[in-house]
Design a binder for this molecule. Structure first.
Ligand code: SIN
Length: 288
């Protein structure tokens, strides 16, 4: 069987993480090329695959090659005929948003608020604005590696508390559109507990596993001490040397590994300009 492997070109995007891949069509990718792509992905943690013309069904089929689909807990923006795909968009129809308008506007790792969080996310650019709308990723492997030995020792065995509920997180506000919507608060699952330092199942590398959006405390540590430790770690993570920032082009397919990165939708899309992304998430393992 002909393989796409020979046509695949790869170039790194930043020192810390990210690689751009061109010359492949992920809807037709053969097994050897897929395995090579996955190895590069585990090494670089964020992949930008250029020029992908994918239907939502194609995107779902590609995501399934990485594992079981994880459905988002907010049902209103899942595609009716392809619920594996969630729409992220600032576009409106009949006065209502057609997708989640402000998804990812604080640093986070997808679905870390459940016991079995997302492994991989696949995001396809359908419409991109002329201005704004970039996304950033931070390598939590680099963030961990650059901690002092003393801090690494302190973090050993600690468990972070993760919550979807914004009311439990003093770093956040609740978007105005949720103010009077009791269903929004009810959908929050029970808090989940994950190691502050987790191990990547494929590479064995250690990464910090926490985020300002979802990590609200440390198990068995009082709130003041936990807040102070998290403040220190969030300040450490906030280092441009660990970041890749992506300026989107229509047809870009971004893959990221949530076990070892956090990401941020940077916003800044002016009124009247439109952004539409299709997002699929793949279940990961219970963090260890
Ligand atoms: C996300 O946080 O999953 C979406 C990021 C983006 O839309 O840039």
């Amino acid at each position: 069987m002909a393989t796409m492997l020979n046509q695949m070109a790869v170039r790194p995007l930043s020192d810390a993480l990210g690689a751009e891949v061109s010359g492949i069509d992920v809807s037709k990718i053969d097994d050897p090329t897929f395995r090579e792509l996955r190895d590069i992905f585990h090494d670089r943690l964020v992949l930008v695959v250029k020029d992908q013309d994918l239907s939502p069904a194609d995107q779902t089929a590609f995501a399934r090659r990485f594992g079981e689909i994880q459905y988002h807990i907010s049902p209103e923006y899942l595609m009716k005929d392809q619920p594996e795909v969630m729409i992220l968009s600032n576009e409106k129809e009949d006065g209502k948003f057609i997708g989640l308008p402000d998804g990812g506007s604080e640093w986070h790792s997808d679905h870390s608020y459940v016991d079995q969080p997302t492994g991989y996310t696949v995001l396809h650019a359908i419409k991109v604005p002329r201005d704004g709308g970039d996304t950033e990723w931070t390598s939590m492997v680099r963030a961990y590696d650059s901690l002092s030995d003393d801090m690494k020792r302190r973090l050993g065995g600690l468990i972070g508390t993760h919550s979807f509920n914004r009311l439990k997180n003093s770093r956040l506000t609740v978007p105005v559109r949720h103010g009077n919507d009791p269903d929004y608060y009810k959908r929050s699952p029970p808090d989940s507990y994950h190691p502050v330092v987790r191990t990547h199942p494929a590479t064995g590398r250690k990464a910090l596993y926490m985020s300002p959006r979802f990590t609200i405390g440390i198990k068995d540590m009082d709130d003041v001490a936990a807040r102070s430790l998290l403040d220190e770690l969030f300040a450490h993570i906030n280092n441009r040397a660990f970041v890749y920032r992506h300026r989107w082009t229509v047809g870009d397919l971004l893959l990221w590994d949530n076990r070892a990165t956090i990401h941020l939708a940077c916003g800044g899309v002016p009124e009247g300009q439109h952004r539409r992304m299709h997002r699929t998430t793949v279940l990961g393992e219970i963090p260890f």
